[in-house]
Design a protein around this ligand. Structure first.
Ligand SMILES: Cc1cc2nc3c(=O)[nH]c(=O)nc-3n(C[C@H](O)[C@H](O)[C@H](O)COP(=O)(O)OP(=O)(O)OC[C@H]3O[C@@H](n4cnc5c(N)ncnc54)[C@H](O)[C@@H]3O)c2cc1C
Length: 444
């Protein structure tokens, strides 16, 4: 297969490429865990003799503007880290905080990204006021959240009806398609290229980070569950509730490790409410002593929290295996079922660790297998997705489907979903030029 690569330094370059209707895969910071960027030649098979383009959006000129009402307008290649620093200098703060801060905000629209602060502020989708995208003719169009989603497809209503059972999740097994902006949110670049977005921000309140040391979840998950229940009604002042288990500590440098063979739950708490949370919530825990609660500096928290998934990615690359991890979110009724499943999965004799957005019931269980062990791990996950389907949970709540999860998502896509994907691809991508190997082409 022939791949050609193109890097865009201006929107005008991108427009002329779009006008040529060349089949392409567009990428930004390449932090997606469901697109194995080092194996694209094997995983993006394309018609022989047909040029296929890998298109780099990460050099588009960045621009940020803060409106008087506190909304942030972002154009081009702006990362979450850039946006956070820009806002901080102006006394504002992001409501979305993905662990990987190097990802681009416009790409976050495409993947419907969420993150740690989703616990308090909801998913990114709920913070998008309006956005712009380039369509298949390179024409820039604007979508606003007050407008409803429209399509000429007869299948929209049935699709929207099915979606209702997943409304409480960060992301369902398929995109929302309820408001006009949803055309670009979670569709992973299969219907157009996001160029601009206006998002809500919040006050830059002082926050205090604490962590609690707990027994290993495999041996006793009751202390974890007590914290899970205790924090739920304080989402207005507890911004995030994250977990790194004891196994994760093996992937940190000696001076970064926390605890002594213990799991760690972190809370990000609004400083003005910290005393109350400490006195009424943390000191009220029966299974975790206040002696096991410690303050941690914000930058150390981010360093440690992001360090674990990055290190695991490295380990997997060194072993020559693609990521073998989950992105499952379940409702409160099934979080113990999920942990019980992971406990069984931990017994197959392959190195593993567990981390994630614990307060939202959204946990990433990762294996670090050798090449020979990889198939065994994937077989465990096939069992898991069957359970997630029956629990009415979300199998891929924030990292998307990309190329790696397509095999597993099929179970969650019925006729109503496939028909609408097919119709939307026809309507918005008539030349099949946007990521033709993506999940929306499943039915073609
Ligand atoms: C350590 C680590 C932690 C992570 N933590 C989180 C987390 O907390 N929350 C979370 O949601 N994700 C997380 N991720 C996943 C990843 O960061 C997100 O999926 C992110 O949104 C991808 O952004 P990117 O710029 O790297 O996009 P890329 O990887 O370059 O692209 C991702 C997808 O978006 C499409 N795309 C990119 N740019 C555009 C555009 N302008 N228009 C249309 N389509 C486009 C691409 O075609 C591709 O399908 C994490 C990843 C890592 C490695």
């Amino acid at each position: 297969m022939t791949f050609k690569t193109k890097t865009f330094y201006s929107q005008a370059d991108l427009v002329s490429h779009l006008k040529a209707h060349q089949p392409s895969f567009y990428f930004s910071s390449k932090t997606s865990t469901v697109i194995p960027y080092d194996k694209l030649d094997q995983l993006l098979p394309w018609k022989k003799d047909n040029n296929f383009y890998l298109c780099d959006l990460s050099k588009l000129p960045p621009q940020m503007d803060l409106k008087e009402n506190g909304n942030l307008i972002i154009k081009g290649a702006v990362s979450w880290e850039d946006a956070r620093n820009f806002l901080r200098a102006k006394g504002r703060s992001l409501k979305t905080s993905p662990t990987e801060q190097l990802a681009l905000v416009t790409a976050g629209i495409a993947t419907s990204c969420t993150g740690e602060r989703c616990f308090a502020f909801g998913n990114m989708r709920s913070q998008v006021v309006r956005l712009k995208y380039l369509d298949y003719n390179g024409e820039e169009k604007e979508l606003r959240r007050e407008d409803d989603f429209t399509s000429s497809s007869q299948n929209l209503k049935a699709y929207q009806e099915d979606f209702k059972s997943y409304r409480g999740f960060k992301n369902a097994p398929y995109p929302r398609f309820d408001k006009a902006i949803d055309l670009m949110i979670g569709t992973e670049g299969q219907l157009g290229i996001v160029t601009e977005v206006e998002i809500e921000t919040t006050d830059n309140s002082d926050v205090t980070y604490v962590f609690m040391l707990l027994p290993r979840w495999e041996e006793d998950m009751n202390p974890h569950m007590e914290i899970y229940h205790a924090v739920q009604s304080h989402r207005n002042v507890i911004f995030s509730c994250e977990l790194l288990d004891a196994n994760c500590m093996n992937y940190l440098k000696p001076d970064e490790k926390l605890g002594n063979n213990q799991d760690v739950i972190f809370l990000e708490v609004k400083t003005s409410d910290f005393e109350e949370i400490y006195g009424n919530v943390l000191c009220g825990l029966e299974l975790t002593s206040p002696e096991n609660v410690f303050e941690i500096a914000e930058n150390k928290f981010h360093h440690v929290r992001a360090g674990v998934p990055r290190a695991i990615f490295e380990v997997n690359s060194q072993m020559g295996v693609v990521k073998v991890g989950t992105d499952v979110q379940v409702g409160p009724d099934h979080i113990v079922d999920l942990l019980n499943f992971y406990r069984e999965a931990s017994k197959i004799g392959v190195r593993y660790c567990l981390f994630g957005h614990f307060g939202d019931g959204h946990l990433h269980f990762n294996y670090m297998p050798s090449k020979d062990e990889s198939a065994r791990c994937l077989a465990e996950f096939e069992k898991l997705y069957e359970h997630v389907f029956n629990w009415k949970g979300s199998p891929f709540a924030e990292h998307g489907i990309g190329l790696l999860k397509q095999k597993y998502i099929k179970r969650f896509h019925g006729e109503n979903q496939l028909k609408l994907f097919h119709d939307l691809k026809k309507e918005h991508d008539p030349y099949n030029q946007f990521f033709p190997q993506g999940f929306m082409s499943e039915a073609q």
